[in-house]
Design a binder for this molecule. Structure first.
Ligand code: PMP
Ligand code: GLN
Length: 363
């Protein structure tokens, strides 16, 4: 969709990236690191001082202490962390439960490793998970469950009750939990992010993936990390070494200093909530219907009040005829059934959101 947006010179609210700059202070720290000579391979698991900073951050936010030496690895974005986690543990014939709609790398990675994705649909307007369905889907072949909160593309979040249900279901099993928490700092309306790291019965069997790109407005730097108990991390690191070996050195160095100021990530929810509210306020008189996003920088809009076209056709027409790009939600879903919604990324300047809303209000 980004290519189509460029080809048609359209406003691009499709792919999830900000159209504003990362903090100059952070860029200066990268330049400083380069000038100080941090330009050769860092250790494969990432530089120790950064792993230590991440450990402190997680301890202060979620109360769980991960050992920087053996339980934290810096990765080339969350994408690589997800790839390594699935590849390390999923083998031929293993089942992996995926909650649909789902981010698009999970299922292909499961299949590359010979595993079988088993899909459970999130239901209703609020995309709720039916825990009885999870309970009845789990069986002796289930190797892993993948969760994602806040959730791309729906903007829903898992609650504390959800996490406790999951903890109960997994307690008698050897199932590994893969928790994609790349939007942990984008959560709205005073809700709290429920990291699996907060729940001892979950964290002991979990791999948590995070992304600096989402948090610090620099998705192109492709820097993230994963945390997991030592026995799991040992296996993930074997795959990580073979995949990228190590991750760019100067950026790692820069984050060591940058993470020391928690306001760099704690202010993010307010920042994005203001953008969500602006966008929704601008389109409140349009023919779209919606439930406000509770987290991430995405907003789903239902267009059944405008046309009965499917979402792929409507998204294409929106770019070509009206100059606005979005993502058709069926691309994240099962059997393309949920096909009257589009995903809009509101990580954009106010000016861009205003121009996009003007188009949406005319439909
Ligand atoms: N998981 C989800 C749910 C995402 O939306 C993204 C977005 N890119 C990723 C993982 C990958 O993150 P990264 O850009 O750090 O590889
Ligand atoms: N996570 C972003 C999205 O969902 C983009 C990642 C990508 O394009 N691969 O739009």
């Amino acid at each position: 969709m980004s290519k189509m947006a460029n080809d048609y010179n359209a406003i691009n609210l499709s792919q999830g990236f900000p159209n504003f700059e990362t903090d100059q202070k952070l860029k200066d720290l990268v330049t400083k690191a380069m000038n100080e000579g941090y330009n050769q391979y860092p250790p494969d698991s990432g530089i120790k001082v950064l792993r230590e900073e991440i450990s402190k951050k997680i301890k202060s936010l979620y109360g769980k202490e991960y050992n920087p030496d053996s339980e934290i690895t810096i990765t080339s974005g969350a994408t690589e962390a997800l790839y390594c986690a699935i590849t390390a543990f999923v083998n031929k014939g293993d089942e992996v439960i995926v909650l649909k709609p789902a981010y698009d790398t999970y299922e292909p990675t499961i299949k590359i490793n010979g595993g079988k994705p088993v899909q459970i649909q999130l239901k209703g307007e609020n995309y709720k998970l039916d825990w009885d369905e999870v309970r009845s889907t789990v069986n002796s072949k289930t190797r892993m469950i993948i969760i994602n909160t806040p959730h791309n593309p729906t903007g829903t979040i898992l609650s504390q009750e959800d996490m406790l249900e999951l903890q109960k279901i997994l307690s008698e099993t050897n199932i590994i939990l893969l928790s994609d928490e790349v939007y942990e700092h984008l959560i709205f309306d005073k809700e709290q992010h429920q990291s699996v790291s907060k729940f001892p019965g979950l964290s002991e069997r979990s791999i948590v993936c995070a992304s600096f790109g989402k948090t610090f407005h620099n998705t192109g730097w492709k820097t993230g990390y994963c945390v997991a108990p030592e026995k799991l991390m040992k296996e993930i690191r074997k795959i990580h070494e073979l995949t990228v070996f190590s991750v760019n050195h100067p950026m790692q160095r820069a984050y060591v200093d940058y993470l020391k100021d928690p306001s760099t990530y704690l202010d993010l929810s307010n920042f994005y909530q203001t953008k969500r509210d602006l966008f929704l306020n601008l389109i409140k008189d349009s023919k779209f219907s919606y439930t406000p996003s509770k987290g991430t920088y995405y907003q789903l809009l239902n267009f059944s009040g405008i046309t009965d076209e499917n979402d792929v056709n409507f998204a294409e027409r929106l770019v070509k005829q009206h100059g606005l790009a979005s993502i058709p939600v069926s691309k994240f879903n099962i059997n393309e059934k949920d096909n009257s919604q589009l995903r809009f990324c509101f990580a954009k300047t106010d000016d861009t959101l205003e121009k996009a809303a003007e188009i949406l209000c005319k439909l």
